[in-house]
Design a protein around this ligand. Structure first.
Ligand code: GDP
Ligand code: IMO
Ligand code: MG
Length: 454
């Protein structure tokens, strides 16, 4: 037995002397950053802010459907699969088992950022051997399924066509292939790859797969990634227990795009809420520390699906153009609307946010009147929950609270007192209504334009 038991010691011991206290052996706690709306809330910027003092930055779910922007010294980087913290040369970046990896996409992204000054990223990147691989045919099938949906239902999902849905489908169907399979016996890998390719060809007769060509390319990637691959679970275990470390988890996508909790079926295919951190990294729940929700001061959505506070009018157009609301991954215009407290409260029920980062407040600077959606009504009655069914969600009537605009440039504000009183009231209203403290307020793209409140 390691420590002496005293009457003050609340821990209990097994007969073999293993201490039963949970807290004694918890190890480091990870800080989590999650999107609280439909994505593009500014997670990349918040990650970048905290990454400067982190030792490890992890991605736990999603793939290169994510598009996270980071602006440092006037240079804009966008990250899709690489954790945004990769620009911190003192930290290690980790891609966990819950992420799906398109290898050509990973290298293309790295090369694009190398041209902007990113260096030695491959020496700082660790990849879990349990992560599933996105093949080119998964991406083709993503496109074909969208065409099918359009033909059958008259609408598609508006996916990023990065192969996310098909890859998580093969994972669930147990026919997927993982990084560990690629690095083990290549002939075993090849035969499983062929089976999967033929299966897909039989499901989609128009799908052309150059099986041998694909295998050759995959073989080339094998040696390039081998030095980066580790047993992801053991890597995280050591990170949590091998001495004090600051570990950051960069959520991708967002709560309302979560496969279980989002606006299904107009969602992505992974868990983008806090549970995805445990399953996507292989860590116990007691190692979850701070959970920061990132919230845009208004709401945007890319792709199809219900959006109760959407403004298909001049207000929406203004938010779109002032906010440069264009998808980082697909270049599509983002749909825009007022902030919706119903979805924020819902995201908080699932994630248990310990604080929020409110971004893009500056985009509202020119408005003379600002609205916030505070409740939903169905058939004239307020509902206390967020409806699961899309048709119902499309029918809700939103109740709004109206605020006077501050009509002042906030982009130079660096502390709370620099913000106009009307902006402060807007922020405090959100905080009170969601019941979670706001820790940061964003008033511009750069690192400096993030006001820290406590
Ligand atoms: P993510 O996917 O959540 O990381 O967000 P994106 O990078 O897709 O989209 C957020 C966009 O807003 C990026 O272009 C950011 O540079 C920008 N941004 C983030 N915070 C702020 C802010 O406080 N003010 C302004 N004006 N832009 C911001
Ligand atoms: P970040 O991390 C915004 C949306 C797509 C589509 C749906 C399904 O930058 O916030 P998928 O390709 O995942 O199967 O597409 O989900 N979507 C996002 N929208 N930001 C994202 O990520 C998104 N990731 C997926 O537009 O509607
Ligand atoms: Mg984005």
């Amino acid at each position: 037995m390691s420590g002496k038991v005293t009457s003050n010691d609340h821990a209990s011991y097994t007969t073999t002397g293993i201490k039963r206290s949970r807290n004694d052996s918890v190890g480091n706690r990870v800080t989590v950053i999650l999107g609280a709306q439909w994505g593009d809330e500014g997670k990349g910027k918040v990650v970048d802010l905290l990454a400067t003092e982190s030792d490890i930055i992890c991605r736990c779910q999603g793939g290169n459907n994510a598009g996270h922007t980071v602006v440092v010294d006037g240079k804009e980087y966008d990250f899709h699969l690489l954790p945004s913290g990769i620009i911190n040369t003192k930290a290690v970046s980790f891609i966990g088992n819950g992420v799906v990896i398109h290898l050509p996409g990973l290298f293309e992204e790295a090369e694009k950022n190398e041209k902007k000054g990113l260096k030695d990223w491959d020496k700082r990147l660790i990849i879990s051997d349990r992560a599933h691989i996105v093949f080119d045919f998964h991406q083709s099938v993503d496109g074909l399924q969208e065409v099918q949906r359009q033909a059958q239902e008259g609408k598609n999902i508006g996916t990023t066509k990065k192969g996310i849905g098909p890859t998580y489908s093969t994972k669930a169907a147990r026919t997927g292939l993982r990084i560990c399979d690629l690095l083990a016996d290549f002939s075993d890998f090849s035969s499983r790859f062929k089976n999967l390719a033929y299966q897909y060809q039989s499901m989609f007769p128009s799908l052309v797969i150059d099986v041998e060509g694909q295998l050759k390319k995959l073989k080339d990637y094998t040696e390039r990634i081998r030095p980066m691959v580790r047993d992801g679970i053991y890597f995280m275990y050591e990170a949590l227990h091998g001495g004090q470390k600051k570990i950051l988890v960069e959520g991708a996508n967002a709560a309302l795009l979560d496969i279980d909790f989002g606006t299904y079926p107009f969602v992505t295919s992974s868990n983008c809420t806090v549970g995805g951190v445990c399953t996507g990294l292989g860590i116990p729940p007691q190692n979850i520390g701070e959970v920061y929700g990132v919230v845009k001061a208004y709401t945007t959505r890319v792709g199809i699906g219900a959006f109760p506070t959407e403004q298909k009018n001049d207000i929406g157009d203004l938010l779109q153009s002032r906010g440069h609301e264009v998808g980082v991954t697909t270049g599509r215009k983002r749909r825009c609307g007022w902030l919706d407290l119903v979805i924020l409260r819902y995201a908080n029920m699932i994630n248990g946010f310990t604080a929020l980062a409110l971004t893009k407040l500056d985009i509202l600077d020119v408005l003379s009147e600002i609205k916030i959606g505070t409740a939903y009504k169905l058939n004239g009655k307020r509902i206390p929950y967020f409806p699961a069914n899309q048709e119902i969600l499309n029918r809700v009537e939103v109740e709004y609270e109206t605020f006077p605009g501050w009509k002042t440039d906030t982009t130079r504000a660096r502390k709370w007192d620099d913000l106009p009183l009307k902006a402060q009231n807007y922020i405090r209203f959100i905080e009170t209504q969601v019941g979670v403290p706001i820790k940061w307020v964003g008033v511009g793209k750069s690192r400096e334009s993030m006001i820290q409140l406590f």
